[in-house]
Design a protein around this ligand. Sequence first.
Ligand code: HEC
Length: 140
Amino acid sequence: MRNPIAMAVCRLAALLLIPGCYQSFNGPRPIVTEGALTDVRYEPAQRLVSITCADCHTRNGNNETQPDAWGHAVRLDTYKDWLDSRKVLLERLDPVTAAEQDPPVDVMPQTTFKYQLTDTERDTLLQWIKRGSPNTESGF
Ligand code: HEC
């Protein structure tokens, strides 16, 4: 096949197909568990949000593979993101408040997600928000 147009089409097809084959051969990207609240000094918040939220709410997460995620979900990359999202974070981290919304909203992370928060961990985040989320090592 010496037709330059056909060759260009093949090259383009290869470019488009090979990354797709590579991805399906290697399975989905592993869940991202770091990179949230990068400038937060309160270690428990930084760690817990990275493990349980980063995959869907940070720039390096697998967000784009989650249906409906981009566009209307908050970003949790930085301390400022966290502060700006205070109100919706309270709604989503407290199961009672989530159920009281009209219509009710899903508690985060969704129950189907691999990494869940224990009640104590959830409370650690909620209490930090209720204290105004001081960006200090102690969280107070
Ligand atoms: C598996 C993906 C996934 C994980 C993990 C996840 N979220 Fe979400 N989150 C979503 C999606 C998708 C939406 C939008 C759909 C909806 O409103 O329920 C959302 C919505 C939200 C909203 C509402 C945003 C708004 O503008 O109303 C908040 C707040 C939120 N998430 C916080 C969190 C927090 C905090 C964590 C970790 C404790 C977390 N999420 C973990 C996927 C995820």
